[in-house]
Design a protein around this ligand. Structure first.
Ligand SMILES: Nc1ncnc2c1ncn2[C@@H]1O[C@H](COP(=O)(O)OP(=O)(O)O)[C@@H](O)[C@H]1O
Ligand SMILES: [Mg+2]
Length: 592
């Protein structure tokens, strides 16, 4: 499942969007402008103190040549003062920029998470969970690198360079110009290196997501891996993505490692040329020894800031690539929700009118010409081979997917008229894959909008779902923590909790998609009774694997290949001797 495609789309990021990404990041910084301003002040102090250090060399030399009492005191004060000032600058710039950075991370994470909560089912079909989680953790952290480290270094060292250059120009502009002539060469090297960094860092991000993805799949599915002898395959898969990550990281490391010494040597050549020229009398002019030493100090002090400023580019690019990726998620279109109709409680009449549907990339319709009329309070069972479209059909009702043709109406109002929230409030859904949260049993039953339900209501729902019998045997009853995704529970117990959750919701429309599939025949019979009480007074769509559980439905629809091929009551369909009779015959002989 390791796919290089997303990384390629990333590296095709148009250059202009890089600037857009900066601007958007800045918008996140804006609310913390005061802290940012304090950081800038800290950087200015730091740069000023650094320049002061170089400039002070002139007085140091003067004091050494002429060590009077006053000069000695002045010198000591200057040394301590300059360092203390630089310390204050360092503290301010580091603390406040980190403050801004952590705030930005916090805000970005919330934004990504909020967006994930509104994205359509399709998005989750298309994106592996591991990749999404790595966006929230790894990528968002990298964005912080851009806003903190990079900003600090570029501001602090950038300002230091400006300070030192001004001092040098002021002292001897001819010398400074010679020094500057070497600048463009350094710039060219820097820009080449940074371009490479940008390309590589984007790829590394993708391969990091792959690692998370492959690893989390094998970890959460370790039982399947072990029992099906998938170790070699998983190992192979993991080796591949890990190897890819290694290669990319090494490429990154080599570019980084090369760029630093190359730039240093260039700076050294510049300084050597400088020293050689400045000893020429026509250039040196009237400079005293102290001034000369101060000038050289300034020039050499510049090597470090220049180096840092060049390495900062890679950091910024890394952050921008990460930010681009994060913004991409924030920019995903949420579920369309133009409807405003929001009734308190619908009666529950459901009508499908010539509905067709296809998943986005598919060539053929998964559902075709579906027309169903369900009076309020009645139950309809869907049967048919696996893959015939039953789950797809019921997932259109809460609008997890938008139907592509025809219309679906509840209480004679098109689903499109309803607001998503109001629509989904009318529907209780129990599927084969029960999702439980790492919380108490009570909190899992009274999940989400149900959290205000009373203890008695929860207890009643659990009792009706035949869940109370096993809950009471647990150490803390309803308050037992059930662990990550309910690992402590059996399939049937999980299923009963899901049914209790649906019962508690007390919605006018109930969808049971193989809700009893994890139960053995005995428990199923128990729950069957419970379900029949629940179904009373509710419009119910039930998909069941075992036909025995749906014989009492008001109507049975037989689906095949995305179409409804038969419809009627159990005995009608049996005597008709069609597809249903065949399915029934097959199961009957299986059980016998
Ligand atoms: N999220 C999805 N994306 C693309 N195709 C899907 C998706 N879910 C189901 N399908 C396809 O739609 C068809 C119907 O599937 P489904 O409704 O799950 O059938 P059933 O519930 O009857 O077993 C199948 O061919 C399946 O491969
Ligand atoms: Mg299904």
């Amino acid at each position: 499942m390791s796919s290089p495609e997303p990384d390629q789309t990333l590296s095709q990021t148009p250059p202009s969007s890089s600037w857009m990404t900066y601007k958007r990041l800045l918008a996140y910084v804006k609310p913390f402008w005061l802290a940012f301003a304090l950081a800038v002040v800290g950087n200015v102090i730091y740069a000023g103190a650094s320049t002061g250090m170089a400039a002070a060399m002139e007085y140091v030399i003067a004091a050494i040549e002429n060590p009077t009492e006053g000069n000695r005191l002045l010198l000591t004060l200057v040394i301590v003062g300059v360092f203390a000032l630089r310390g204050v600058g360092t503290f301010m710039s580091q603390y406040f920029i980190n403050y801004v950075g952590r705030q930005v991370i916090n805000a970005l994470r919330n934004d990504v998470f909020d967006r994930l909560l509104t994205l359509p089912s399709r998005y989750f079909d298309d994106n592996a969970a591991g990749r999404l989680v790595s966006k929230l953790t790894f990528n968002v952290e990298q964005v912080a690198e851009a806003t903190t480290n990079a900003v600090t270094i570029s501001l602090r060292e950038g300002l230091t360079i400006v300070g030192l250059l001004s001092f040098m120009l002021y002292t001897n502009w001819k010398l400074t110009l010679i020094f500057l002539a070497v600048g463009p060469i350094i710039g060219a090297v820097v820009s080449y290196a940074s371009k490479r960094f940008r390309r590589i860092s984007k790829r590394i991000q993708g391969s990091m997501g792959d690692i998370t993805h492959v690893a989390s799949e094998s970890i959460s599915g370790y039982r399947v891996v072990r029992t099906f002898g998938g170790e070699d395959y998983e190992q192979q898969r993991f080796r591949e993505v890990n190897e890819r990550n290694l290669k990319q990281s090494l490429k990154m490391a080599s570019t980084q490692a090369i760029s630093v010494p190359v730039i240093q040597v260039l700076v050294a050549i510049a300084i050597a040329a400088l020293v050689w020229t400045m000893l020429a009398p026509e250039i040196r002019g009237g400079m005293t020894t102290g001034q000369l030493v101060a000038f050289i100090t300034a020039a050499t002090t510049m090597a470090k800031p220049i180096r840092q400023v060049t390495s900062v580019h890679a950091k910024i690019q890394k952050g921008v690539a990460a930010a681009y990726d994060v913004f991409e998620t924030i920019d995903e279109t949420p579920e369309k929700d133009p409807g405003t109709y929001a009734p308190e409680r619908v009666k529950g009449t459901i009508r499908f009118e010539d509905v067709s549907f296809r998943y986005r990339d598919q060539l053929d319709d998964v559902l075709e010409g579906i027309s169903i009329e369900i009076p309020a309070g009645q139950s309809v069972a869907l049967v048919g081979r696996s893959g015939s479209g039953k789950s797809t059909l019921v997932s259109l009702l809460p609008r997890f997917y938008e139907f592509t043709g025809g219309d679906i109406a509840i209480d004679d109002r098109s689903l499109r008229d309803y607001s998503l929230k109001a629509l989904r409030a009318q529907i209780a859904l129990v599927t084969q894959n029960v999702v439980l949260f790492n919380d108490t049993i009570a909190a899992n039953i009274a999940y989400g909008a149900l959290r205000d339900c009373s203890r008695e209501e929860i207890q009643q729902a659990a009792a009706k779902a035949h869940a109370l019998e096993f809950i009471e045997r647990m150490p803390d009853g309803l308050d037992t923590m059930i662990g990550d995704n309910g690992v402590m529970l059996s399939g049937g117990q999980r299923q009963r909790l899901a049914i209790a959750r649906a019962l508690l919701k007390d919605a006018p429309i109930l969808i049971l998609d193989e809700a009893t599939s994890a139960l053995d025949t005995e428990s199923e019979r128990h729950i069957q009774e419970a379900l029949e009480t629940v179904m009373k007074g509710r419009t119910t769509l039930v998909i069941a694997h075992r036909l025995s559980t749906i014989e009492t439905a008001d109507r049975i629809l037989v689906m095949d290949n995305g179409r409804i091929v038969e419809s009627g009551r159990h005995d009608e369909l049996l005597s008709a001797g069609g597809a249903y009779a065949q399915l029934h015959q097959m199961q009957f002989s299986e059980q016998g």
